[in-house]
Ligand binder design. Structure first.
Ligand SMILES: Nc1ncnc2c1ncn2[C@@H]1O[C@H](COP(=O)(O)OP(=O)(O)OP(=O)(O)O)[C@@H](O)[C@H]1O
Length: 272
């Protein structure tokens, strides 16, 4: 079980996250929404210890994540892999090597320097790329791929760590609507098929509603909504975004026109 207990982060006089408390008692896909500056990134970064909390406790299956140091902290960070809006790949390196970088924390410096990877890891990397529908791009440089394909490489790199939790910080903010759907469906499949928890910061309500089991809404560092997507009414959304009556969900939409509203399997979406 993942537990946030009154977790706060201050930067100087600015409270980025204010006494955030919630529990996740089984693997699920969670969307975190809120306007720019609400504290979404800081919340995720504290969970995988890229940022230290100022106060409060984060625990996972009884382990006090906030207290981890050294090797224990690095081990936690590989259990809790993060993907970013800008993919953070090595652009000139081929796709499969980028994916193999996900094993860095369990390899020696020498094998890293000389790009020596066990065959087993290479096969696993290719399998993961296949699963994400991009195996044919394995030998290409990462920079030769589209944004959506690059984000799937970043997801593959995260999966190489075999994490319990995948954190996605605005994973689709740089993508067109079609690629955004492919990436979100990939994350959904990873949750459903592997039982991993996925926590994604999302700018758009319709994406949170469509792909997530639970939505957490943040405003000014505080959690102001935590519930099922179907309970996220327009009035609640207005409250989260601090918008007036003119607020329209359409302005936050990434929806593309489709005559088939049923969720499609990853391979179908990836084939497009
Ligand atoms: N390293 C930092 N130093 C100082 N202030 C920071 C730092 N990181 C975040 N903040 C501040 O903390 C607050 C929350 O920022 P955060 O990036 O978590 O919000 P967000 O909801 O993820 O926003 P966005 O959607 O724009 O990414 C903001 O006021 C931001 O300026």
């Amino acid at each position: 079980m993942l537990r946030f207990d009154k977790v706060t982060k201050t930067f100087g006089g600015n409270t980025a996250v204010d006494a955030a408390s919630f529990t996740v008692d089984k693997p699920m896909m969670i969307g975190i929404i809120g306007r720019s500056g609400a504290g979404k990134s800081t919340l995720l970064r504290m969970l995988n210890r890229l940022t230290d909390a100022s106060s409060g406790v984060i625990s996972f299956d009884g382990l006090d994540v906030t207290a981890l140091r050294g090797a224990a902290k690095r081990s936690w960070q590989s259990q809790c892999a993060m993907i970013f809006q800008q993919f953070n790949l090595v652009p000139r390196m081929d796709v499969v090597s980028n994916v193999l970088h996900g094993t860095l924390n369990r390899r020696s410096t020498v094998s890293t320097m000389f790009n020596l990877y066990p065959d087993e890891d290479i096969h696993r990397a290719i399998n993961i790329l296949e699963r994400l529908g991009i195996a044919e791009h394995a030998p290409k440089r990462a920079e030769a791929l589209s944004g959506g394909q690059q984000q799937r490489v970043a997801i593959a790199r995260a999966l190489m760590q075999d994490p319990r939790i995948i954190l996605a910080d605005e994973p689709i903010a740089s993508l067109d609507p079609m690629n955004a759907q492919v990436v979100m469906q990939s994350l959904r499949d990873i949750h459903e098929q592997d039982g991993r928890t996925v926590i994604a910061n999302l700018h758009t309500l319709d994406t949170a509603r469509r792909y997530c089991d639970r939505v957490i809404g943040m405003r000014d560092g505080r959690i102001v909504f935590d519930g099922l997507p179907e309970h996220l009414t327009t009035a609640t959304a207005r409250e989260i975004y601090g918008a007036d009556a003119s607020f329209s969900e359409a302005t936050t939409s990434t929806q593309i026109e489709t005559t088939d509203p049923a969720p499609r399997v990853l391979a179908d979406v990836a084939a497009q």
